[in-house]
Design a protein around this ligand. Structure first.
Ligand SMILES: *Cc1c(COP(=O)(O)O)cnc(C)c1O
Length: 423
């Protein structure tokens, strides 16, 4: 074991892990284009986009250039403003559904969810309903690791058991029916409507991941359920929040997953690919109606949140560069091309024993097993194909950088199939 690995093992936490960790993390010494270089000299094609974020790959010249501005790196956002933050916010307003007009820049996806929940609660206060403090969501979701965010994650797959007695008790609908499991299921919309009806006097808002549930199970559902949620929210004056932190910026084949349904939420959270994977930044966008309520004396007289690094100019600059780069390119064509190669490349997995389902949407490919993945064996098999993957639970999945050329996407698909065999 190298000195670096030994020190890592002794002192450094990794995500969701014990101390010391269960396995030894690979040491990365360089990342360029779609390849990670390891300390042992190997190169792996990145099948994960660093958890949905690095859509342009690594060391992209336009994003690199944005980071090397020669004015200033950070100033507090209380009482001060600057070009990068204003331009980024304006751009986000331009490209998201029309009713979303105001932008709160947060420092991570989880924090943007906290802010969205505050918006819901303050909205209800402003309307004279301070008792409405719960959120309606569906099972199978993932919204982050801070407490309000965890409270709306899937109660079984999430960490609810660990935090019992501490997490706010939210209202959970069944998981949305999987789009690939058959025709659109209108009975499910009635289930959502009945649940909202039963809890209307205690609900502040609805929060869901539109079209794709990510870390909660990599499941896809019909966009039509989003239209049903819009109606339900309007009927009971609930704030409808779409968590587009994973789905935003083209990943599902539309710029935002909400666009599949033509539905505008009252609040939308974005993150992950926002900065192209360079720095941590997220945003919660809201409508003028929500902003007015939050700003009302009765609603709290303002949005009660203000991170130290809010609106960080470096992150805002690189986010702006990333969004511009995305819009400049044929992202729709790139995502469709990745989807086609994944569809063909993952097809052999269907015939494998232990494989329950294979599905592709946009530039997302998923192989679902009928048992938990043997993660070390699966990863080793992918690495033998020169591919970096990070399976979890019973899922081996990939969301390649949009710049991934077809031969590398094909290699990733081979890695996924090999991982499914080994895992
Ligand atoms: C990753 C993710 C989050 C949390 O974002 P962080 O930046 O990790 O805090 C929230 N919601 C969804 C859908 C995500 O994929």
């Amino acid at each position: 074991m190298s000195t670096l690995s030994a020190l890592d093992r002794r002192h450094v936490w990794h995500p969701y892990g014990p101390m010391p960790g269960r396995s030894e993390p690979l040491v990365v010494t360089d990342a360029r284009g779609v390849r990670l270089t390891l300390a042992d000299g190997r190169e792996l094609v990145d099948g994960m986009s660093s958890w949905w974020a690095a859509v342009h790959g690594y060391r992209h010249p336009a994003l690199d250039a944005a980071l090397h501005a020669d004015d200033f790196s950070h100033v507090m956002f209380g009482g001060l403003t600057h070009h990068p933050a204003v331009e980024l916010a304006t751009t986000l307003v331009d490209i998201t559904p029309e009713p979303l007009q105001h932008v709160f820049l947060a420092d991570s996806g989880s924090i943007s969810i906290e802010v969205a929940v505050k918006m819901c609660l303050q909205y209800q206060r402003a309307h004279g309903r301070p008792g409405r403090t719960r959120m309606l969501t569906w099972r199978g979701g993932y919204h982050g690791d801070t407490f309000a965010a965890m409270s709306v994650c899937d109660p079984d797959g999430g960490m609810h058991a660990l935090w019992q007695g501490f997490l706010p008790q939210q209202v959970f609908a069944d998981a949305p029916p999987a789009a690939h499991d058959g025709p659109y299921d209108a009975a499910y919309d009635e289930h959502l409507a009945a649940l909202a009806e039963a809890h209307a006097d205690e609900l502040a808002g609805i929060v869901v991941e539109p079209v794709v549930q990510g870390a909660g199970g990599m499941r896809f559902h019909s966009p039509r359920h989003l239209a049903a949620l819009r109606e339900i929210a309007d009927r009971h004056d609930l704030v409808l929040v779409f968590d587009e932190i994973a789905t935003g910026f083209g990943r599902t084949g539309e710029l935002f997953a909400a666009d599949h349904a033509g539905v505008a939420p009252d609040v939308m959270c974005v993150g992950k690919a926002l900065t192209g994977g360079y720095l941590t930044m997220a945003a919660a966008l809201c409508t003028s109606r929500v902003a007015a309520a939050v700003s009302d004396e009765r609603g709290g007289g303002g949005l009660m949140h203000g991170p130290t690094f809010m609106g960080n100019p470096l992150a805002a600059r690189v986010a702006l560069a990333s969004v511009r780069e995305l819009l400049r390119r044929d992202w729709r064509g790139e995502v469709a091309a990745i989807g086609e190669v994944l569809t063909t490349g993952l097809d052999p997995a269907r015939a494998l024993p232990g494989v329950r389902d294979v599905r592709v949407l946009g530039a997302i490919g998923v192989v679902e097993l009928d048992h938990d993945v043997d993660v070390p064996a699966a990863q080793a098999a992918a690495e033998r194909h020169g591919v970096w993957l990070r399976p979890f639970r019973n899922l081996i999945y990939t969301m390649p950088p949009f710049v991934c050329p077809p031969e590398d996407v094909a290699r990733i698909a081979e890695g996924v199939v090999a991982a499914a065999i080994a895992g």
